[in-house]
Design a protein around this ligand. Structure first.
Ligand SMILES: Nc1ncnc2c1ncn2[C@@H]1O[C@H](COP(=O)(O)OP(=O)(O)OP(=O)(O)O)[C@@H](O)[C@H]1O
Length: 201
């Protein structure tokens, strides 16, 4: 789920993954720079000539499939993660001479999964928080829904909690290992040592 990604890249740095797996740009030649115009209703059916921007200034852009490919330089075959609903690919954002990486999350099709896509999209369009990966753009044009997300390079929260507690602490999750004896339990033991008739300290 979108909020559980902390950072990280399995199998090498993002740069290595991009280099190894890049495939050619599949843009239809629309010359799309990913800039959409207008404000449209969320969830409206779209096509190449009806591409709409959903959020206000700085918000996620609703794009056609071709525009997603243009924006992500025809994103790569480097898989950075696999979820219950989706496959997530690494991409480099095109234009602006930028080295900004993105995660392109392609939701598999099917009615049930489409509902999961809608829910995730709606939530991401509403939230803006420094600890939640930002939705840069999305495409709802084909059976597969696409979310273009800010790339979080340090692995998933699951990895940090389950496998690598040291890395978790380095990532600022200091609470991953608590004290051996919970303070409440210790207080309870001390209480039992107090003699009857004497006030507890
Ligand atoms: N923005 C991102 N940056 C880097 N990696 C990501 C990003 N989003 C997802 N991933 C990777 O892809 C994996 C799958 O993503 P996610 O958990 O969001 O998928 P999902 O289909 O919603 O699955 P589920 O709901 O079963 O968790 C994550 O565990 C993570 O490794």
């Amino acid at each position: 789920s979108f909020s559980s990604t902390v950072h990280g890249s399995p199998g090498g740095t993002p740069e290595m993954l991009l280099h190894r797996h890049k495939f050619p740009l599949l843009c239809c030649g629309c010359g799309g720079d990913g800039v959409a115009t207008g404000v449209g209703p969320r969830g409206a059916a779209i096509n190449d000539t009806n591409v709409q921007q959903t959020a206000g200034k700085g918000g996620a852009r609703q794009l056609s499939w071709a525009q997603v490919e243009a924006m992500t330089s025809g994103f790569t075959s480097a898989v950075v993660g696999e979820g219950g609903f989706s496959t997530v690919y690494l991409a480099r954002l095109a234009g602006s001479g930028s080295s900004q990486l993105a995660a392109v999350k392609v939701h598999r099709s099917s009615e049930r999964l489409r509902r999961a896509f809608r829910q995730e999209l709606d939530a991401l369009l509403r939230v803006r928080h420094p600890h939640i990966v930002r939705l840069l753009a999305f495409c709802d044009q084909r059976d597969e829904g696409v979310l273009v997300l800010e790339f979080a390079p340090n692995g998933s929260l699951h990895d940090h909690l389950r496998g690598r507690p040291h890395a978790a602490r380095r990532a600022g999750l200091a609470w991953v290992r608590g004290p051996a004896l919970p303070p409440l339990r210790r207080a309870h033991k001390e209480e039992r040592r107090v003699q009857p008739g004497r006030a507890a300290p």
